[in-house]
Design a protein around this ligand. Structure first.
Ligand code: MLT
Ligand code: MN
Ligand code: ZN
Length: 298
């Protein structure tokens, strides 16, 4: 059995529906007219029996319960070998608190992201005697589960919302926001759930890739402002939008990529409605709209 990628959660922070949101999509999800989606996470494996989880979402308890491949195989034996973080955002780290209970696994992140966790004493709930925290150096392949290599690389983004100061640099390049290149034998894939802009370095890396999971937060940069839900644009949140001349659909148009899958979609994104014209446009451009439980192979 080869490389497998299983979308545990296709939504951005908040999920679909978001607890306090009465927007069109959230109401349609509540009434069961469109599928609900949990928060941002991907499970990956090279052999189907040893798994790594990329980002631990606040919905991880429900995600694990709903994914038989990740169920216990013995009294306290788990197929989960590791968790790898791509940033310190709440939607990507809060699930670590659910993973306490003295269960061994390895927690992988850059030094910068480990430092953020260390500043928050609540994460000591992951007892250091069983959960090893390993620092991953950028551009250095690390085996995160049997036969599965992960290489982290910098992606334009910002520090987590809860660490923002008065001035926020939204296209920082360093250890705070990273993408992941996964390799299992001769198969590979990329996972980039947050990205402010597709710079030349990323374009070069992704050219010719078999499979890319990519930031699908918003359809349109000012979508949340237009919907009356707040003042923040996608750019301010460190996310490039799908549509428009600076959008991901345009940016990927001249890259040769086998499968392109949108993940980390905000609940306002119209592509979450199966009958939306925006979804048809994304699909016509070759994109797959990720959803919870979807399994994608390169
Ligand atoms: C983001 O992806 O922009 C963040 O997860 C936002 C948040 O922390 O809610
Ligand atoms: Mn997020
Ligand atoms: Zn909503």
């Amino acid at each position: 059995m080869g490389f497998r990628a299983h979308i545990l959660g296709a939504a951005a922070g908040g999920g679909l529906p978001q607890w306090n949101c009465g927007c069109k999509n959230c109401n349609l999800a509540r009434s069961g007219d469109i599928p609900s989606q949990t928060q941002s996470s991907l499970a990956v494996s090279a052999n189907g029996s040893d798994w790594a989880i990329l980002n631990a979402s606040p919905d991880i308890r429900q995600q694990l319960a709903g994914t038989p491949a990740l169920h216990p195989t013995g009294l306290r034996e788990m197929p989960l070998r590791s968790v790898l973080l791509t940033n310190g955002d709440i939607d990507h780290v809060a699930g670590l608190l659910t993973l306490r209970e003295m269960q061994p696994f390895t927690l992988y992140a850059t030094a910068g992201i480990h430092e953020v966790l260390e500043q928050n004493p609540i994460f000591a709930a992951l007892n250091a005697s069983v959960v090893a925290r390993r620092t991953v150096t950028l551009d250095q392949p690390t085996e995160i589960a049997q036969g599965l290599l992960a290489t982290l690389f910098p992606v334009p983004g910002k520090v987590p919302l809860y660490l923002e100061g008065d001035v926020v640099e939204t296209e920082l390049l360093g250890e705070q926001t990273v993408g992941v290149h996964l390799r299992a034998g001769d198969q590979d894939a990329y996972y980039i759930p947050g990205c402010a802009t597709l710079n030349d370095d990323l374009r070069t890396r992704l050219q010719g890739a078999a499979l890319v999971f990519f930031d699908g937060t918003l359809w349109q940069d000012d979508e949340m402002v237009r919907a009356g839900l707040g003042q923040k644009t996608g750019k301010r949140m460190g996310h490039m939008s799908m549509s428009g001349k600076d959008g991901s659909i345009a940016a990927f148009a001249d890259l040769d990529i086998g499968k392109k899958v949108f993940v980390h979609m905000n609940n306002t994104n119209p592509v979450l409605r199966p009958d939306a014209p925006e979804r048809a446009r994304a699909e016509a451009a070759g994109w797959i709209i990720g959803q919870d439980g979807m399994e994608v192979t390169p």
